[in-house]
Design a protein around this ligand. Structure first.
Ligand code: PPS
Ligand code: MG
Ligand code: MG
Ligand code: MG
Length: 398
């Protein structure tokens, strides 16, 4: 990180702003596509064939799977190949502690196989696969290399290999989130949403996504081929983009087409839809319910796992995202970085409940977060929601 000195930044700022981060964005988008396909395969095995490997429990009882470790290894390996391992600093969610235990050999081989299977198809995206399959030690090294702790200076990537792991193991929504932070600011965000199709009708959450999945077959034209998307944005560009997630079958050629996305124009809370975490343990449903009532929100909340919520706001499929975690919970930067820049560049506003931008410069956690996170389709809606939060807060038990 030290080598990203002010000198380096100065040279970049003199160049064409459209060209800034062009290679980083290209590599990140490709890496996320590869990761999405990896996850689709593991989720399919887990849900339909019952053999996607164990679902492990971490110390905090949250789940982690073969997909979480495999994506972390794969993305880490791709970034290191593209930019040189010595230039790549990554803050990411997973570590190798559980994989290194003596009773984890089956799990570890499953991760190594998944990573190698995935990298062997990466040439579809113009990524040169390793000349020979990665050894176990190389896979472990790729995962554990993601041990940066971030901070206010220099450049680092932020990776949540599977966000919404609970949704993933339930056959539901999840996301792969990759961002680049430079001098404390998120400059790039890429969000892979393997179960969030280009067409929003599929996000009819009240019906249960798993049932939709089971209706889709691999051969169906509206099915697997088109069931995911990848969103991305570059800070300051005032543009955000969405690509269909393609299956990488033979005959398909990269580059993929992208279309611009925009937040919804709705600024009247009566017409707005808000999304929030599925689990009550992750965000207070009772607080948001009271708040929704106070501003006249009529639509049922869209409860969706993962940063697909950020994608839904950026795409204009919903207008408000709120997360109010229990007091004492510290939000991690990888749960938000990619989503925040995508919403902002698509025209939306994301702050804490005090109206301050989220601070990605203080290490692994979003330090100093005031109460919770509020993302809205525009500033006028955002102001209304902020006022309502202030009005309801003191009478809440949060
Ligand atoms: N107690 C508590 N409170 C708040 N947030 C927590 C909590 N525990 C975990 N997490 C983090 O929440 C991430 C999942 O957030 P979601 O919005 O997808 O929640 S939900 O699954 O829809 O309920 C989840 O991300 P992943 O671990 O990547 O799935 C966690 O980082
Ligand atoms: Mg997460
Ligand atoms: Mg995760
Ligand atoms: Mg997790």
């Amino acid at each position: 990180m030290e080598k990203k000195s002010s000198n380096w930044v100065a040279i970049e700022s003199e160049s064409d702003p459209d060209e800034r981060y062009a290679k980083e964005l290209e590599v990140a988008v490709k890496a996320v596509h590869v990761a999405c396909l990896l996850c689709q395969k593991v989720q399919e095995d887990l849900i339909f064939n019952g053999d996607g490997g164990d679902v492990q429990a971490k110390d905090d009882n949250s789940p982690v799977t073969v997909a979480d470790w495999s994506v972390q290894a794969t993305v880490s390996w791709i970034l290191s190949q593209a930019f040189g391992a010595q230039n790549v600093s990554i803050v990411a969610e997973e570590d190798i502690e559980a994989l290194s235990k003596s009773n984890a050999t089956t799990l570890l081989s499953s991760v190594v196989k998944t990573v190698n299977d995935s990298l062997s198809t990466a040439s579809t995206f113009g990524i040169q696969p390793p000349p020979t399959p990665l050894e176990t030690a190389q896979v472990l090294e790729a995962i554990s290399r993601c041990n940066s702790t971030g901070g206010p200076t220099g450049r680092f990537w932020v990776l949540d290999p599977v966000d919404g792991t609970l949704g993933f193991v339930r056959g539901d929504q999840y996301a792969i989130a990759l961002a680049l932070v430079e001098n404390g600011e998120v400059v790039l965000g890429v969000l892979g949403c393997p179960n969030y199709p280009m067409n929003k009708e599929w996000l009819n959450y009240q019906n249960g996504y798993r049932r939709i999945l089971s209706r889709l077959s691999k051969s169906s034209s509206e099915g697997w081929d088109g069931k995911g998307c990848v969103l991305y944005a570059k800070r300051g560009s005032k543009k955000a983009w969405m690509q269909p997630l393609v299956n990488g079958d033979e005959g398909w050629v990269w580059p993929n087409s992208a279309r611009p996305i925009k937040v919804s124009a709705i600024d009247n809370p009566v017409l707005a839809t808000f999304c929030e975490p599925v689990e009550k343990a992750n965000s207070s449903h009772s607080f948001t319910q009271g708040l929704a009532h106070s501003v006249g929100l009529r639509n049922q909340p869209l409860r969706v796992y993962s940063m697909v919520k950020y994608a839904a706001i950026a795409r204009g499929d919903a207008e408000i995202f709120m997360k109010f975690a229990r007091a004492g919970y510290k939000e991690k930067i990888w749960d938000h970085a990619a989503g925040v820049v995508i919403i902002q560049e698509a025209g939306g506003v994301v702050t804490d409940a005090g109206g301050r931008p989220l601070d990605f410069s203080k290490g692994v956690y979003l330090q100093g977060l005031d109460r919770g996170i509020i993302a809205c389709a525009g500033s006028s809606l955002h102001e209304k929601i902020m006022r309502a939060v202030d009005a309801s807060w003191n009478s809440s038990s949060l």
